[in-house]
Structure formats: structure tokens, C-alpha cells
Design a protein around this ligand. Sequence first.
Ligand SMILES: [Zn+2]
Length: 221
Amino acid sequence: MKADWRETTSIQRAQSGPTGPTILIANGFTLMDLLWTPWRYAYVTSADGAARPGVPPALAAWPGDTGCVFCNLRAAVDYAIEHGMSADEAEAAGGLVKRGKHCFICLNAYPYTSGHVMVMPYAHLDRLTALPTETAHELIDLAQMTEQALERLYRPHGLNFGMNLGQAAGAGVAGHLHLHAMPRWVGDTSFITTVAETRVLPEDLATTWKRMREAFAELKS
Ligand SMILES: [Zn+2]
């Protein structure tokens, strides 16, 4: 398992003007950006130049490489299933929690909070307007299910749903549109006080996958 973003985030302190308060800058973004647009950071380390990004070690038998972390992920999962791995095992390895007809939901490998998932089309498309109508509608259907699942599982005070279209907007994977969803709690930004330290998420990805999988199974699709 890779380190989460906090361990790969460079934090700097800067003075806001000669007498101003100290501000924190993470990977070049101010902490304010970080608090309000957490999805900007969600895949900040995914474009790490690794060979075949998105292919989990357990699914490395898939021989291809699309160059896209999400297309690779899905292809590797499908390949494993076609070659005899159980769907549960393959989808757990890939963090894929729910499949629709045109879109799917997977865990974010670098979660900002527990329960951080992404809804995206199977098709490698980078704009909402590029999505066929059925795909766009299903994206929202799955977002609604995600909202229900996250509320049931995590009892959050609120939720972030966010989408960055294009690199300039902060997309870590600019070519393949994806909607981030995550539960939020009042005070969950208290890492300000411990920002330079490793923050341990209360749940590992395998546990999140299992809980999300069960929650989606219980929802009517
Ligand atoms: Zn793709």
C-alpha cells in the first residue's frame, strides 16, 4: 500500500506579509485551498511515473497499459475475472465497489477521509458534455447512491462532491472524468494542528471496500 497524500505532501511555512500570520503551503497550494478543495490532492501522487499506473499488484497479470490509471484499473479487474479470479477478490484488489451499466464507483487509493470514493464513466472521456446522456444520468444516479451509502456508513455532518475538469482545474487524472465523494465532519480539518505529522486514517482501504460494498448491495439500484 502506498503512503497516503499526507506522507507525500510537502508542507512549507510562509509569512503572509512582514507582519502577517504564518500560512501553510502544501505542494504549492495554500492550506485554504487544501481545506476547501481536498479533491485536488486526491490523486496528486497517481501520476508518479510508475509503469502501468492504476494496476494493483494483485492484478498484475493483465498485460496491457492504456496510460490511464482508471482505464488500467478496470481492465486489470476485468482481466482477472475473465481468467478465473472471483469478482469479489478482483474488485476488492482494485477497490471497485459498484458497477453500473455505464459508470462505476471505486475507492480513492489516496483517501482524504475514510469513505472517499469516485464515481466515473467506463469511457475515457474528459468532459461532462462528452458523456452520452445515459452515462451522464447514471453518473448522477450513482452519486445519489453514494450519498446514501456514505450517510449510512459514516454518519457524516456533511459531504463533499467535487469534480475537476482539466489539469488547470486541479485534476490529477485529467483525461478521465471522475466525481470525488467523501464524508466530512465538523472539526475534521483539525490536522492543521498536526499538519506536519502523519495522520492515520481510522480505517484501511480493505475495510472501507468491504463496508462500502455491503452498503451498496443493500441499496436499491
Ligand atoms: Zn481512462
